[in-house]
Every structure is written in structure tokens, then in C-alpha cells.
Ligand binder design. Structure first.
Ligand SMILES: [Zn+2]
Length: 350
């Protein structure tokens, strides 16, 4: 029997977050895992880095994982075939069952084994739990687990993008996962001085690449809303704006609010300098400020707030249309923002 150990697998990445040892600096006696991994009918023990023994069935693990299958390429012990402690091949036994030592924590091994066994999927409450599970799925080649976790990754990453980005950057070859998290990070501000706990695993260059990408996307997004043109007036760069059939460009009717204020704006697509309601310019500036913080931020209630403000200054007829017109225009703008952000190269390494 080849020594069935995974503890000397130097090619795998270190686990991201280990469980704390029970007694600092002292060798602890192995303790048994929770059910269902503590059954006496087991024919192999997986011993984790934090000294927890998982009693499992070789056949089940071998079906789920080719790595486990290779480890178990020896005749299994069965009932009535118990072996003695430490035989010539230096294989460790407990209760006559071979022990395999692994580098994973008991938390990660519990998750991995629950995917191998026909059990309910375990919860993955923290970014570290999720990424450790994906690391283990890849290391032990549990294909269905890897496929499932890869499918779940974008949704999980969108909840804590910076944490997932940091953890992905600590693994070699996780470029796709880094990119997914970097794109998800565009929905939230990149706050100066903010430190997610998982960022201690991230090196400085990974941090800088994300910061640059976020900043470039923010600049592109803001410029898609308002920018500077050849004239002294702000430039509306929207390439899909084929006409000015929106109330905020055209309300000049008799019953409008008498103190109506307008600004001038250069409409790039039509190459015209036109009047626009000042509240609408405020709206555009508010949107530009928002995307400058988080390029793909949710604009939440902003269209509604400014539509109401606009309705107070315009004629009765235009006031009725302002909500729909702001909505139509905002759709064009947000499409332009997405396009501008998509055009920013996502380069996360030299
Ligand atoms: Zn009007």
C-alpha cells in the first residue's frame, strides 16, 4: 500500500483560514468528527490539520474523487480484518483503521465530505468557507462539487466582492475568479482605507490592479454621462440620443413655473448646444457623481427624486410626461455607462 497521505502535496495552495488549534503549541489528541462522519463501520479515517478524525467509507469517497480513489488503491480493511497499530509501511492506524492525514481544516473537510456523500449541501457562510471549499474540490478533483461551486461563485462574489477578490488573488490560476470579483466590485465604492479581513491574503499588486480597474471604470462611466467638449458648455456624449423629444429639453410653455432656470448643454450626437432644465443637469451631475464612486452602482430612487423636482417647474402637460421621459433617458444613459465600463480593459497581472 502506498502511504495514503495527502499531507505532502506541496503543489496545492495553502488553505486560506485554518481552524485554531485547541491548545497552542501542544500536540492534541485526535477527536472524532460530528455525525455522520463518526460511525464505527468506517473503513478509513481522514485526519485533518486540526486533529479531527473523520470516519468514512472508502468506496463513497473513491466514487466522488479520483484523488481519494488513488489513495485507496490498496485493499481496504473490512469487518474482521482489523490491523495493528503502525505496521512496517509506517501507515498509521486507529482502532485498526488506516488514518490519512490531510492539510485541510476540519471545517473544510466536513464541507468536502458532505459533497462526496449523498447529503444535503452544507452552508458556506463566509468567503473563506466558500473559497476553501472550491480549493478542496479542485485539489481532490471532486468534479460535481467544483462545477456547482463555480456556478455559485458569481452570486457569492457579488455579496462581498473585495473579500472574494482578495481570496482568489491568493490562489494561483484563479484569474477568472479574480475577474468575476473585480467586476462585481464595480457595484460598490472602492473606499480609501477600507480593509476586508480577507485582504490579509492579498498582495499589494493585486490590490493596485483592482484599484486601477475600479478607477478607470469610474472615470469611463462618469464620462459616458457628462464630459467636457470643445465648447465651454458641458457635453452630453450620449451616442444613442437621436432627438430632443424629452420634456426637459423643450418645456417653454406658458404655464410653466415662472422662475424656471435652464442651462446650456452641448449634445454631441446632434452637434447642437441646447437649453436643458437646470434640475435635469443636477440629475446628470448626481448620476455622474454616483458612478464615479461605484461605476455600476444601483441608481435606486434618483430618477424618481429628480422627476418630482422637475414636475414642480414645468407646465402641466410636461409635468405629466416628466417621469416617463426621465425613465427613457436614464435607460439610454445606463446602457451607455455599461458599454463604457465594458470597454475598460481588465488586466489583473503584469
Ligand atoms: Zn411644458
Amino acid at each position: 500500500m502506498a502511504t495514503p497521505t495527502a499531507s505532502d502535496n506541496s503543489t496545492s495552495e495553502p488553505e486560506i483560514e485554518k481552524d485554531k488549534p485547541t491548545e497552542d503549541g501542544k500536540e492534541t489528541l485526535p477527536r472524532d468528527a460530528s455525525p455522520p462522519f463518526n460511525k464505527p463501520s468506517a473503513n478509513v479515517i481522514i485526519r485533518t490539520a486540526d486533529s479531527v478524525d473523520f470516519r468514512v467509507q472508502q468506496a463513497i469517497l473513491a466514487e466522488a474523487s479520483t484523488v481519494f480513489a488513488d489513495m485507496f488503491s490498496l485493499p481496504a480493511t473490512g469487518p474482521g480484518q482489523k490491523r495493528q497499530q503502525r505496521e512496517d509501511d509506517d501507515q498509521e492506524y486507529r482502532d485498526g483503521i488506516p488514518v490519512i492525514s490531510v492539510t485541510e481544516s476540519s471545517k473544510t473537510m466536513d464541507i468536502l465530505l458532505r459533497y462526496c456523500y449523498p447529503l444535503v449541501r452544507p452552508p458556506l457562510p463566509t468567503p473563506s468557507d466558500f473559497c476553501n471549499a472550491l480549493v478542496a474540490a479542485r485539489k481532490y478533483m471532486v468534479e460535481h462539487m467544483e462545477t456547482e461551486l463555480k456556478g455559485l461563485y458569481p452570486g457569492y462574489a457579488s455579496q462581498s466582492p473585495l473579500s472574494y477578490y482578495a481570496l482568489a488573488s491568493a490562489q494561483s490560476g484563479w484569474v477568472k475568479e479574480m475577474k468575476i470579483a473585480a467586476k462585481a466590485a464595480l457595484r460598490v465604492p472602492f473606499l480609501f482605507g477600507y480593509v476586508a479581513p480577507e485582504m490579509r491574503h492579498m498582495n499589494a499588486s493585486a490590490y493596485v490592479w483592482l484599484q486601477l480597474y475600479h478607477g478607470n471604470c469610474a472615470a469611463a462611466a462618469a464620462s459616458a454621462i457628462l464630459s467636457r467638449g470643445p465648447s465651454s458648455h458641458p457635453l452630453l456624449p450620449l451616442q444613442t440620443l437621436d432627438n430632443l423629444d424629452y420634456v426637459f429639453f423643450s418645456c417653454n410653455h406658458d404655464d410653466r413655473f415662472e422662475d424656471r432656470v435652464v442651462n446650456l448643454v452641448h449634445v454631441k450626437r446632434l452637434n447642437k448646444i441646447v437649453e436643458v432644465e437646470s434640475w435635469f443637469m443636477e440629475y446628470l451631475n448626481a448620476l455622474a457623481s454616483l458612478v464615479l464612486q461605484a461605476p455600476l452602482a444601483s441608481i435606486m430612487g434618483l430618477p424618481e427624486i429628480y422627476s418630482r423636482k422637475g414636475a414642480l417647474t414645468m407646465c402641466t402637460d410636461c409635468s405629466r410626461k416628466v417621469h416617463d421621459d426621465v425613465g427613457r433617458f436614464t435607460e439610454l444613459l445606463m446602457e451607455a455607462v455599461r458599454k463604457a465600463v465594458d470597454g475598460v480593459p481588465l488586466q489583473l497581472h503584469d
